[in-house]
Write a protein that binds this ligand. Structure first.
Ligand SMILES: [Zn+2]
Length: 85
């Protein structure tokens, strides 16, 4: 049967859902914008320096989490020192 993921596009006028099969990796069918648009990342024509790229943002988030984690460890160690263990 039709168990493949369906297109999530909805008609502006009738409000009816498009029920075409969605392109793999997309939420919409080939008629509703799948595979279209500009290339992502460094190959995009508007790519400048990458400071705000998805990869850079993920990197910063990981660093922030690491910092928070090391700080928590440091505090835990300081507490142990105070207790004299
Ligand atoms: Zn569609």
């Amino acid at each position: 049967m039709h168990n493949s993921p369906r297109c999530t596009a909805k008609s502006k006028r009738s409000g009816v859902r498009c029920k075409n099969p969605a392109v793999r990796g997309w939420k919409v069918c080939r008629m509703h914008g799948a595979r279209g648009g500009s290339p992502r990342g460094p190959s995009s024509p508007s790519y400048k320096h990458g400071r705000y790229s998805i990869a850079a943002k993920e990197q910063r988030l990981a660093l922030k989490l690491l910092q928070a984690d090391s700080l928590a460890t440091l505090w835990a160690m300081a507490e142990l020192m105070e207790e004299g263990v």
